[in-house]
Design a binder for this molecule. Structure first.
Ligand SMILES: C[S@@+](CC[C@H](N)C(=O)[O-])C[C@H]1O[C@@H](n2cnc3c(N)ncnc32)[C@H](O)[C@@H]1O
Length: 280
């Protein structure tokens, strides 16, 4: 778990699948000075002091639906596709685009629905949270889309990357969940498999993005957890220098750059910007 302030969603599911004791989560947040977050967690449904797993999974789905709406507002699918198109390995042999930490898979579902990548590109979303993966799969089937979703860890993507040289790995809103000391390992996990390229979108931390996140989440989000975590995401997003240094160490065979938008004339769509790595 990261040092410093936490997002509430960091605490709602345990990585080992064990029950989450509500009082422990509340205490942890209080110990980090997060009084409002502690109050939100203290009101979450629990049985015998343990967070009610079914209710928390349902809450997780509601939060991610709100996140999907934000992704739609920011036209994430279109933006990811426009960068990935430039990163695809040459030739017409199959290429795989893997979205790690895909949540409800709205980025790949949007790309598949609009046919924004060539037909030889296979779209696979990966997430640790099996409930989100099941919902992403259900939605893709309902929408008749040619993309699929599996449960896996972004730090162990080997199961979904068969031929690294014909794979592009993407993510959106994942990197700020990772501790700075874990970023090298995140990039290394992809580099070890020799991926052709990666492009990871996350919030550019600055006053504009924190203010914008607060305004947007107050206006559009209904869940207290979403409102809290949306602003916290912007506050704890990694600066470009941190991402670049970690990517250079973790993926030394890739040329890396952060494609920042302008700071002084911020455009809403630039709030999330990609760190792009291309194998030399
Ligand atoms: C803020 S959400 C972003 C979801 C989605 N990419 C989007 O743009 O809406 C972060 C997601 O990363 C997932 N996640 C966090 N750590 C992960 C890991 N190590 N491997 C795979 N998924 C992870 C979480 O379960 C969550 O769905």
């Amino acid at each position: 778990m990261r040092d410093g302030p936490l997002e509430i969603t960091d605490l709602l599911w345990s990585s080992s699948g064990t029950a989450v004791v509500r009082a422990d989560a509340v205490e942890l947040l209080r110990s980090r000075g997060q009084v409002r977050a502690a109050q939100v967690v203290s009101m979450l449904p629990a049985r015998d002091g343990v967070l009610d797993a079914e209710a928390i999974d349902a809450l997780g789905l509601r939060i991610h639906r709100e996140l999907q709406r934000l992704g739609e507002e920011l036209q994430l699918g279109r933006r990811v596709a426009s960068v990935v198109r430039t990163l695809l390995p040459a030739g017409s042999a199959p290429v795989r685009v893997v979205d790690v930490g895909c949540g409800l898979g709205h980025v790949l579902r949007s790309i598949a629905a609009r046919g924004e990548l060539p037909a030889h590109v296979d779209l696979v979303g990966v997430d640790l949270n099996a409930v989100l993966v099941a919902e992403a799969s259900r939605l893709a089937a309902l929408e008749g889309l040619d993309c699929r979703f599996v449960s896996a860890d972004a730090f162990e993507p080997g199961g979904v990357i068969e031929d690294g040289s014909r794979t592009v790995v993407v993510s959106s809103g994942l990197m700020h969940h990772l501790a700075p000391e874990d970023l090298d390992g995140f990039f290394a996990a992809q580099a070890r498999l020799g991926v052709a390229a990666f492009a990871h979108w996350d919030i550019a931390p600055c006053l504009w993005s924190t203010m914008g996140a607060w305004l947007f989440h107050q206006a559009r989000m209904r869940e207290a957890v979403s409102r809290h975590d949306g602003v916290m995401s912007a506050r704890r997003a990694h600066p470009a220098e941190t991402l670049l240094a970690a990517a250079s160490r973790g993926a030394p065979d890739h040329d890396v750059e952060v494609r920042e938008g302008s700071r002084w004339h911020p455009r809403a769509l630039d709030v999330l910007r990609p760190l792009v790595g291309v194998r030399r």
